[in-house]
Design a protein. Structure first.
Length: 416
């Protein structure tokens, strides 16, 4: 049996226009992912700093939100400056230390080579050694060329990072200052007050989810960074690692722990590698500490801190983090969980409204059914009453006719 489906030209064109529109929107989003990342990070920073800025503004004499925002930004810049002053010198020191060990490594290699040269000549291995040396030389040239390109790209990446950071700071400042005004203007556009209050309550739920998650994640990362730095400082008292390595470890752990699920693991691996360059025993002890602390953080610290945050399954979290990280980098991984929480709130609200509409529809049908049943019963009660009245009226007519006949007979008999 063949089925023939006919589609008019308008529907066909509309379908492909929708497909092309979605494809173009996806391409535009992917192309503008860096700009969207900057805007998204600024937005979440503005939300996270909104309550502290409001508190500072209330403490000022004129309750100026601009003044509160400026004070908050000055405090943040000062904190970042102090943090960088404590972190950058140890990193430079470790880099110089690694560079200073290179000549000794080369000297050791030369001494070992002089010891092996007699063995090479004895067994006539010069061609193989020359070939290996040529291969190493070409590899070194390739690496040097790649290093030059990496240096140029690294300088460009550093400049891009600095520019993006400045844009984030400026956008966050403007969002904190002008955000409440724009929100009030949006609410004034509503003509239906009940709808406005409903949407405002929904937006408040999403705001609470974002603020609770951001503040909770910052607190968890700060606790993790401080504990990691304390562990490195204690190790410096018993091993040969320098004590100033604690600050870089704190920085690595704090920043990378903001990425959900696997950020802390990356931070632990980098910190272990940094310690292993100085003392292998300290690195092994730090690995043990890291494993124990992660169990403590995942089962006690994070659940307590994030108890009022979003409630998402591990699959949803991993999916959101993977998509955010691959599309927008580290910043995308950080903001992916709050976005997933907001989407969850919207879906729950949609399901609740759908169920409420279905319940109202069922109630209306039940009321209509009851009303139809009552009307039918009233009709059935009215029909027998009408029939009884009709029968009573017929009986009266019969009696009247029989009375008339009797009266006529009586008159006939009288006249006779």
């Amino acid at each position: 049996m063949k089925v023939k489906i006919q589609i008019d030209t308008q529907t066909f064109v509309r379908f492909w226009l929708v497909v092309i529109g979605f494809a173009a929107a996806g391409w535009l989003l992917f192309t503008a992912r860096e700009a969207l990342t900057i805007i998204g990070v600024s937005f979440f920073l503005a939300i996270a700093l909104s309550k502290p800025v409001a508190t500072l503004a209330k403490m000022l004499p004129n309750r100026s939100r601009v003044g509160g925002t400026a004070i908050a930004f000055v405090l943040i810049v000062v904190a970042l400056g102090i943090f960088g002053f404590l972190v950058v010198p140890p990193i430079i020191e470790q880099t110089a230390k690694i560079a200073s060990t290179v000549p000794s490594l080369v000297e050791n290699a030369q001494n070992q080579w002089h010891g092996l040269s007699g063995l090479v000549q004895r067994y006539h291995l010069e061609p193989q050694v020359n070939q290996a040396a040529e291969s190493v030389r070409s590899s070194v040239v390739t690496i040097a060329q790649g290093a030059g390109g990496m240096l140029v790209s690294g300088i460009g990446s550093a400049a891009s990072l600095l520019t993006a950071s400045l844009l984030v700071l400026v956008l966050t400042f403007l969002m904190l200052v002008e955000g409440p005004v724009w929100v009030d203007r949006i609410w004034l556009l509503y003509t239906n007050r009940s709808r406005m209050l409903y949407h405002r309550g929904l937006l408040d739920k999403m705001y609470n989810v974002v603020t609770n998650y951001v503040n909770g994640q910052l607190l968890v990362s700060m606790i993790g960074g401080l504990n990691a730095g304390l562990a490195v400082f204690i190790l410096s008292l018993f091993t040969g690692i320098p004590a100033n390595l604690a600050m870089p470890v704190i920085a690595l752990t704090f920043v990378l722990s903001l990425i959900p699920m696997f950020g802390a693991t990356i931070a632990g691996a980098l910190a272990t590698a940094l310690l292993a360059l100085n003392d292998l025993t300290a690195a092994v002890i730090y690995v043990i500490f890291f494993i124990v602390y992660q169990q403590l953080e995942n089962n006690l610290i994070a659940p307590v801190v994030q108890s009022r945050s979003i409630n998402l399954s591990a699959l949803v979290i991993l999916t959101a983090v993977t998509i955010g990280t691959y599309m927008f980098g580290i910043a995308g991984g950080i903001i992916s969980i709050p976005i997933a929480g907001c989407i969850k709130i919207l879906l729950e609200d949609y399901v609740a409204r759908r169920r409420s509409a279905q319940a109202k529809t069922k109630l209306k049908k039940a009321i209509a059914k009851v009303a139809r049943g009552e009307s039918a019963a009233a009709t059935e009660e009215a029909v027998p009453a009408g029939e009884a009245e009709h029968e009573a009226g017929g009986n009266q007519k019969v009696k009247a006719a029989s009375g008339k006949k009797k009266h006529k007979k009586h008159r006939g008999s009288t006249s006779a």
